[in-house]
Design a protein around this ligand. Structure first.
Ligand code: PHE
Length: 349
């Protein structure tokens, strides 16, 4: 083998130098850096090792110069690798110290709608008094919504309900009272139920009216049930909902399916019964939240329950309106605008 000339060796070294410059520019992480280190400084097959092997075939007189050239390259490689290592470390995400005792980051899971939260509150109070929960259809027949509840056809009391009719005989229920009939047709006394659900009326939305809202109906039927039970139960319920000291009043009223009937008002919690211009109570200081009364004997006859033996009472309360007072909200329409800034205020923590 002819001896290896210094020129040829220098050309090889220059080629390695160019390769190093080119490849080091592409190094982005520590794995690529290690590969590069191996390629140039690897003990067995690294470029520098191979060059030192070639040194054997350099003329003895030229060996020192050749050795210096190779060593110079080796130092350049080392410097380049050190600079690369610093660059890779700086760009890698800072090694984090992980504190395992920190609580995890919990994702936002959403929450029940405030009306649903309020409905659950109502349900839990009645469940604790031994009531159970029933429901019924939102599309009703004229019979259940009106007739069985003692509104004969053309009775003027029907005008109090701004009904959304589908056909002459089918309508969106105007109240949850038709479910009273459906339940009494199937179950015999004693009955102690509540019926939460959606109802619909032909109303123009304003702060206290909506065309769709929620009611909760209550019905108690048994032997010896009196108006005192109605009053005691509703007072207890409202005090649990609004606090012991809330002012409540029963006002005589009329419903075709109860006799006698009463509406219940609570003090206006929006203005504290103090603002003559209050949009919620119109300055009266009171807000009607429910209708109630003793089940009319005619209603019992319509479902084959003997009115001589059984008596009962019922109520129907507007959930949205009551929630508005309980939460101190000035406009019922907020409940349905789906503004998350509003809704999130009611999330259970
Ligand atoms: N259904 C009546 C309403 O919507 C309320 C009510 C229910 C009254 C039960 C008396 C008894 O206004």
């Amino acid at each position: 083998m002819p001896p290896l000339s210094l020129r040829k060796l220098k050309a090889e070294i220059d080629a390695h130098r160019a390769k190093l410059a080119e490849q080091s520019a592409a190094v982005g992480d520590s794995k690529a850096l290690e590969e590069l280190r191996n390629q140039f400084l690897g003990r067995k097959r690294g470029a520098v090792t191979l060059l030192f092997e070639e040194l054997k075939s350099v003329k003895p007189a030229e060996k020192p110069a050749a050795g210096q050239m190779i060593n110079a390259l080796k130092n350049e490689i080392r410097e380049t690798l050190a600079a690369l290592e610093a660059r890779v470390k700086a760009s890698a995400p800072a090694a984090r110290e992980i504190d395992l005792t920190l609580p995890g980051v919990s994702p936002y899971l959403g929450a029940a709608h405030p009306l649903r939260l309020f409905e659950r509150e109502i349900e839990s109070i009645f469940l604790s008094m031994g009531f159970s929960i029933e429901d019924g259809p939102e599309i009703e027949t004229d019979y259940y919504n009106f007739e069985a509840l003692n509104f004969p056809p053309n009775h003027p009391a029907r005008d109090d309900w701004d009904t959304l009719y589908i056909t002459d005989q089918l309508l969106l229920r105007t109240h949850t009272s038709p479910v009273q009939i459906r339940v009494m047709e199937k179950k015999k006394p004693p009955i102690r139920i509540i019926i939460p659900g959606k109802v619909f009326r032909h109303e123009t939305p304003d702060p206290t009216h909506l065309p769709m809202f929620f009611q909760v109906e209550g019905l108690v039927v048994g032997e010896g049930v009196t108006f005192a039970h109605l009053k005691g139960t509703l007072e207890h319920f409202l005090r649990r909902l609004f606090g012991e000291r809330v002012r409540i009043r029963f006002r005589p009223s009329f419903f075709p399916f109860t006799e006698p009937s009463a509406e219940v008002d609570i003090e206006c919690l929006a203005c504290g019964a103090k603002d003559p211009g209050c949009r919620i109570c119109s300055g009266t200081g009171w807000k009607e939240i429910l209708g109630s009364g003793m089940v009319d004997p005619q209603v019992f006859k319509n479902v084959n329950i003997d009115p001589e033996r059984y008596s009962g009472w019922a109520f129907g309360m507007g959930i949205d309106r009551t929630a508005m007072l309980a939460f101190g909200i000035s406009d019922m329409r907020h409940f349905f605008e789906n503004d998350l800034r509003f809704l999130r205020q009611f999330a259970l923590k």
